[in-house]
Write a protein of this length. Sequence first.
Lengths: 559, 190
Amino acid sequence: MSLVLSLSILGACVLLSWPLGRYLTAVMEPPKEAPGIQRLFETTIVRVTGSAAAAQQNWKSYAVSMLTFNGVMFGVSWLILTVQTWLPLNPDQMAALEPSLVFNTVASFTSNTNLQHYSGEASLSYFSQLFALMWLQFVSAATGLAALTALARGLSGRTMLGNFYRDVLRATFGILLPLCLVVATLLLIGGIPMTFKGAAVAHTLEGLEQTIARGPVAAFVAIKQLGTNGGGFFGPNSTHPMENPGFFTNVIECASILLIPMACVWMFGFMTRRVRHAAVVFAVMALMLAVNVGAALYLESAPTAALEGLPVAQQRGNLEGKELRFGTGAGPLWAALTTATSNGSVNSMHDSLNPLTGLVPMIGMWLNVIFGGVGVGMINMFLYIIAGVFICGMMVGRTPEYLTRKVETREMKLALLAILVHPLFILGGAAIFAATPWGAGTVNNPGPHGFSEILYEFSSASADNGSGFEGLGDNTVPWNTATGLVMLLSRFIPIILPLAIAGSLAAKKAAPENTGTLRTDTPLFGFVILGSVVFVGALLFLPVAVLGPIAEHLARGIR
Amino acid sequence: MFRTLMIWTTAELFPSMRAALSTILVCCIAYPAVIWALGQGLTPHTADGSLIYDKDGRTIGGERIAQAFTRPEYFWPRPSAADYNAAGAAGSNLSPANLRLRELAEQRIAAYTPASEETIPADLVTASGSGLDPHITREAALYQVPRVAKARGLDESELRAAVQQHANKTTGLLINVLLLNLELDAAVPE
């Protein structure tokens, strides 16, 4: 039952991603004979940002514009969160946040991560939720789309990568906003609240008082899911009955995780005019996704190990940390999707997944290329493609090429640097925090699972994912500072370096393709990139996988 | 240096601020306003949080939010790691292999005082992800029927039929605990 449902959601997303990819391409790279409404849209955008939006930019000035705009995003949201007490739309009188928590939260939403060391309904005003966080959810996702667009332009041989301001506004208004209007309306119909009234106080049947938090949730959840953001309105994210009230909303939210990341691969293909190449990349990603989903579904059907031998009927699998209304398989399916795509929302508590199921989301974040974040997932895959092309070139003794341009030392250096940032932060960070009270004193579970909590937190920060093993007591100054820095660096380094590679490739003369060229649109090439991703990932992360989830799984029967 | 800064300010910082302002106006004001208006027009009840009121207009709970029940005459919801705090929802975040979970389960089973040989449905001993799961499984409700029937002086088979009828309103598998308890109270006025 849950397998059939999972397959139908995945299948629907694959089918929808193709037309959506066409739409993305048409918005980001308007055709010569654009319809009137799009021409009006383009002139409006240029008018909004002034003459800066008219100029063509090389990779350096594109990167400068991106960093400036992201700096403004950071600054504005910092200000809002710091002074939220004095701002409007604060019916529940939320107080000011502690400075390191503000830094972490702003870094988290600017970098499209949405790691949350606060709990929305307990700490943030509606103004902060909408004007700081939801705004960042829009523009950070748009930044990712702009970056991928620029990369694709560079790889199709243009040294001028377009204009960042235009691209980011095209993505925000032309892609994210219309999709959000549709999804938010569906979520309203599914029963998600959208109100500016403060928390309600109920007098329960047994005479207790219960304060029920609510808010403008529907608008927030739409962009949270579509923009691979993942930051929930409420603390427990989409497990919360107001954020995900039923089966219907669960399906909509689940599909929204995948749509744009999948469409991004097609957009890359259309823009570089290499659709068959994009299809190979898409197939590799889809294969890895299917493996992760299958593994998670299978592993999570095992009962809760700690309850073995008690008189408990466990035929529904492990129910700790899960909501009944979604059905049994919904938790592991979502866990696999949300970490493959760097979304990071959850509809079950990942900390309470069976030990080996918990490894699946970690694998998604370690590889970080299974469709990945909006725009940036395909950029990450580009790095592995460069590595794969290079290895193949070396094996046959030819200068490697990618899309007719020669890949040489400079490009390889940049690509490897960008790939290695990720394991450095995860392994280095986890090592430091596991060895010191900074991390060891904050875990919620003993033994290997405690190590998994630390490892997961750094994996999530470095993959700009945002989910967590939430038992971790992570609202401390060391955690806030360390993960905040990791999120920012692991966001911008793997965007800027690929742009540099694209700039450098575009400046080279195109080499005509001949029979000796490694073709990038064949199944063989699919195996090459699959191999690069899997082998590099396994070499880097198998040891910590054994220390955390695998050790816990093997020891689970020992009392 | 100063000159570069000036150029950056006019060429990058000002356009960035203009882009920021325009996206804030559209994404943070216009977009939520449209969705809010749609919600108030299409689905006013759920848009305000699906609250339930008594006949005097007093709020007695949320349709989608579990509330605490400990008296024998009510059906009990799933355990909550957040103690049913609907303004600070949370799961237990305990590993399924953590023995603390076993201790908690033993306490929870003891509260139900099961007859020997009887197994208790797992949803009654495991905490949900939000701590606010409004549902229990049909089996979990049927499991509680003897206690509730005894406390209310009802016939067990009648109560069992009422539970089944309640389940049939949706998928047949789940019971909304608060709504079922409200139905029971309405059927037998104190």
